[in-house]
Design a protein around this ligand. Structure first.
Ligand SMILES: NC(=O)c1ccc[n+]([C@@H]2O[C@H](COP(=O)([O-])OP(=O)(O)OC[C@H]3O[C@@H](n4cnc5c(N)ncnc54)[C@H](O)[C@@H]3O)[C@@H](O)[C@H]2O)c1
Length: 341
């Protein structure tokens, strides 16, 4: 097991890569603990949960909303949960985002931790202290920054993950490599087959290296005023594709990274060869690199992007693989550039 630390304004968070769910009890109080999980994870792993009451939520982005949060508050009240209750989210990004938000708001805040059970949540969603839910058609519109006390990234849990979910996690891992570590990118180019087969050593390296990049960014800029914005590489068009088509986040981000790479060739001197390497790697992994959508709908989605400031969007561009920066680009220019690629 390897441990990484995030030093947040709301407290420190310890990310344990290679720890196992069976050891959860050594991280939590001996009483007054409530688990939050989803019905798939419960079905698969309830037998190795520690013996505490569990609240089970549904599946999918549609349930990541304030109605689910209210249901959980009601169950916590019924259970007599108080300020001393410790909450543990056991699941993927949706469980962690919701459990973290509930823990941060119920009685003005409870202590909490996560057992992260998808590749995407291990490398991204459970790390960094962003907790929240969707509101109307806006993704992650309501939320807080608040660090979990711990995150357990149990690699054994990935064995039951559907292939589509593995691909979504790999998309975010490629993103981390592209923005911050050219050696990691080369490693993925050489080992994507083993990654797809969930080879333990390869996955452990990918998860750990990915969290190093994410935690380094978060440690410099927890509240996303500068450096942390780099983690949004591929997400401007990615979120637009996700919103318009309903495809999974990781797939949408993959196609968004290809658009952002091509824009980087035009605007920031990324070589055509590097842009091609990014596209080829995503394609070999089995991720989409192009999404057919109506131009007006993309423009509409860009205008509603949370990263928008006035008529501009904070857009992440590349100088090279492993070297990203944030620029403010007028939305109209973005539209013209995107049309042209
Ligand atoms: N907070 C952040 O910083 C952050 C960052 C990135 C993404 N996110 C959010 O994360 C969410 C996506 O997370 P996700 O991809 O983990 O999706 P998810 O939580 O919906 O999990 C995907 C599916 O896998 C199932 N599952 C979970 N663990 C499993 C296991 N071990 N074996 C088999 N099935 C399992 C789930 O039940 C679900 O059906 C999105 O809502 C996104 O907005 C948050």
């Amino acid at each position: 097991m390897k441990t990484l630390e995030i030093r947040g304004t709301t407290g420190d968070s310890f990310i344990h890569v290679g720890e196992i769910l069976q050891n959860l009890e050594s991280y939590i109080p001996s009483e007054n603990v409530v688990l939050i999980t989803d019905k798939h994870v419960k079905q698969l792993y309830e037998k190795i949960f520690p013996p505490y009451p569990a609240i089970t939520i549904g599946i999918g982005e549609k349930i990541k909303n304030l109605d689910t949060v209210r249901d959980i508050y009601e169950k916590l009240v019924a259970m007599g949960a108080d300020r001393t209750t410790f909450l543990v989210g056991i699941g993927g990004g949706i469980v962690c985002d919701i459990a973290g938000f509930v823990a941060s708001t119920y009685m003005r805040g409870l202590s909490f931790g996560f057992v992260s059970s998808t590749l995407l949540s291990q490398v991204d969603a459970s790390v960094g202290g962003k907790n929240g839910v969707n509101f109307k058609s806006y993704k992650n519109m309501i939320g807080v920054f608040n660090q979990p006390e711990f995150v357990i990234c149990d690699l054994n849990l990935l064995d039951t993950l559907p292939e589509k979910e593995v691909l979504c996690g790999l998309s975010e891992i490629v993103k981390h490599a592209v923005i911050g570590d050219k050696h990691l990118f080369e490693y993925i180019e050489a080992h994507y087959h083993e990654a797809l087969a969930l080879d333990r050593d390869v996955i452990e390296k990918l998860v750990y290296d990915s969290i190093i990049i994410k935690s380094t960014n978060v440690n410099k800029d927890e509240l996303e005023k500068g450096e942390r914005r780099k983690l949004n590489f591929g997400h401007t068009f990615g979120h637009a594709f996700e919103k318009i088509t309903g495809i999974p986040h990781g797939e949408a981000v993959s196609a968004g990274m290809v658009v952002a790479s091509k824009l980087s060739v035009k605007k920031s001197g990324l070589s055509k060869n590097d842009a091609k390497r990014i596209e080829t790697l995503l394609q070999k992994i089995g991720l989409p690199v192009r999404i057919e959508v109506e131009e007006n709908l993309v423009l509409d989605a860009l205008k509603k992007d949370k990263k928008r400031k006035g008529g501009c969007i904070y857009f992440v561009l590349l100088k090279k693989i492993g070297n990203a920066f944030v620029d403010q680009i007028p939305i109209n220019e973005l539209k013209i550039l995107a049309n042209d690629i």
